[in-house]
Write a protein that binds this ligand. Structure first.
Ligand SMILES: C[S@@+](CC[C@H](N)C(=O)[O-])C[C@H]1O[C@@H](n2cnc3c(N)ncnc32)[C@H](O)[C@@H]1O
Length: 356
């Protein structure tokens, strides 16, 4: 049983101090690993912007939406009785989620917050305690869960939290929101890729993990580019990209790169600054998965341009998925790969040849 489920089932059991109120529930940042101990008769909307987790929740038959804008409140847009919030690693984004939950919560409702230490749950709880004492707090399995009533002090603080979390123009003049990758300014790795590979692009281009669209916008500055597919798993980021990139050659796809098939693809080039972190842990297998996806969706004569932090071990994946690859630019922090002649997934009888 998870920490949250035990809290809902036992700490907030009927008759207990913050017993779960009846009525609709809203879960922000829903986790596919949680059952939420929500009785079948409780109407519940789960919000999950990250496509792989969204797909997992939808596959289990639950009502899931990608954004708060689509969550409404309870039936007919009324307030919810129970709001459950999972924090993210970005404090402003987390507080924005709390504000959104408080805004939709019935005055007699209950707000439950459950998160890991790695997501900053301890610091969040310290901040909340200065405003309103939680009804109950439990620490278990490297994390904490606590419950709050929507009292006046919290509601007042929520106004500032919502304001701090809302999308705004960043230093590059693009609309972004806290929590998106490199939301305050252009990532230097992406800038390296745009500078060195941008002029070489032509035809149909895919930007894998396109974020809020800066790199795709640079690719579109090249007139030899006929189309750019921005493929991104974070719903907020792809919606920001839609606002930022108004070129008619752009197509916006809220999809999981790791599940892209070869069907109907056929790109002349793939550009990517792949994800390398999840939950604060380095996850090189994400970038390795992106290299495999690029090989699947490229035309036989297509080219991949991938930028990565220098320490990330992508060379073996390049070797397995491309007949030719080389590092075409390096800085103290980044390396830029160019790879061509993708090896078909079966790989049958192909000699690996490395050009360096
Ligand atoms: C290092 S960031 C690069 C973002 C953007 N291209 C830029 O240069 O600022 C990697 C991006 O990949 C996205 N991402 C992570 N996992 C993904 C997946 N499985 N499918 C699609 N996008 C994913 C992240 O949300 C993030 O926006």
């Amino acid at each position: 049983m998870t920490r949250l489920q035990r809290f809902l089932d036992e700490t907030l059991a009927p008759g207990a101090i913050g017993a779960l109120p009846a009525g609709p529930a809203l879960v922000i940042g829903a986790d596919p690993a949680e059952a939420y101990a929500l009785p079948e008769e409780r109407e519940a909307v789960l919000v999950q912007p990250f496509r792989p987790a969204f797909d997992a929740l939808a596959a289990s038959g639950r009502t899931v939406v990608p954004s708060l804008g689509e969550a409404g409140g309870g039936s007919g847009g009324g307030p919810v009785a129970l709001a459950i919030v999972h924090p993210t690693r970005n404090r402003r984004e987390t507080l924005g989620r709390l504000a959104a939950a408080l805004e939709r919560l019935h005055p007699e409702g209950l707000l439950v917050v459950d998160g890991q230490k790695t997501e900053g749950i301890d610091a969040l709880l310290r901040q909340i305690r200065k405003i309103a004492p939680p009804l109950a707090v439990e620490a278990r399995r490297h994390g904490k869960v606590f419950a709050l009533r929507p009292d006046a002090a919290l509601l007042e603080a929520a106004g500032g939290w919502a304001e701090a979390a809302r999308p705004r123009r960043n230093q590059a003049g693009f609309t972004t929101a806290p929590g998106m990758f490199s939301w305050e300014d252009v990532d230097p790795g992406s800038a390296l890729l745009a500078e060195k590979a941008g002029p070489a692009l032509r035809g149909r281009v895919a930007d894998l993990g396109a974020g809020w669209g800066w790199l795709a916008a640079q690719a579109l500055a090249n007139e030899a580019v006929t189309a750019v597919d921005l493929i991104e798993a974070d719903h907020g980021a792809i919606e920001a990209a839609r606002q930022n990139v108004t070129d008619p050659r752009a197509r916006f796809r809220w999809e999981d790169v790791l599940r892209l098939g070869p069907e109907a693809e056929g790109f002349d080039a793939v550009i990517t600054n792949p994800p390398f972190h999840q939950d604060r842990r380095a996850r090189p297998e994400l970038g390795i998965g992106f290299i495999g996806a690029a090989a699947r969706i490229l035309k036989p004569r297509g080219t991949l341009y991938l930028v990565a932090n220098r320490h990330l071990p992508y060379e073996r994946a390049m070797e397995s998925h491309f007949r030719n690859w080389e590092i075409i630019a390096e800085t103290p922090a980044f390396k830029l790969f160019e790879a061509s002649r993708p090896i078909p997934p079966s790989g049958g009888g192909i000699r690996h040849r490395r050009r360096r």
